[in-house]
Design a protein. Sequence first.
Length: 265
Amino acid sequence: MKNLSHYEERVLDQLYGPLERKEPGKELRRVCKFYREVLEHEENGYIKEQFKVIINSQLNWHLQSMPQFYHSDRFKDHYNELSSIFAEENLDANEKDFIEEYIDSQKEIINKTFTYHIEALGYESLEVTQFTEKGFLDVFIRGSKKKIEFLKNKLYILNGSINEVIENNPYPLLFTSADTYSKFNEYTSKHIIDYYLDYSYLKKRLEHESLIHRVKDNEFMRILFEDMKLIKLQYYNDYRIKNKLSSLGKSSSANRENNFNNIFD
């Protein structure tokens, strides 16, 4: 552990603040004000690094309370409420406006162009994402992709194209989009040789990339056999003996990975 000088101990005590439980938004404002007052021209690298550690922790915690950063399932649960609030707060806005604006906000996360300012009472606000780690937004990206697919389907429905949605993606509880469904069909028509390992890799990779919704292996294989007619009875019976698919690591191969990337990327 680093041996601190008296100066470092004094500044860090002020930076860390009281030991009691802290509200993320309130703590961010306190720390940002302290930055403007004391740390903005600080040359001590260790103190600056400790400031960044606090910003990364508190900002991550704070953002999760904001609708823009809701977990995908939480966002879906609160969709109607958020859409109504948006319409009330924005003159002449409707549900489509909410969807389009929310999709734009998710693209900022995916493209890592998101920025966030914190008010520092008595000072200029501080843009805090400049202090975050390189992969800070990565934890939110998968959820953003899921929410965009959910909202695109909402737009189709609002545009009166519900029949088109169902026709292009007849399994919306499995595939997150019509595009994924189409590519899935292309992959299965070209690259299924060893039914067990090929479908194991395909399902696990699609889940890893958030291109299908989470379903149990048995339900996935039932859909392939009963609904989509992609598996012969003898293979389905063989699978039922195994009763689960192989993991992504165990079913992966250079050839399967290359085939997947060529179609889904």
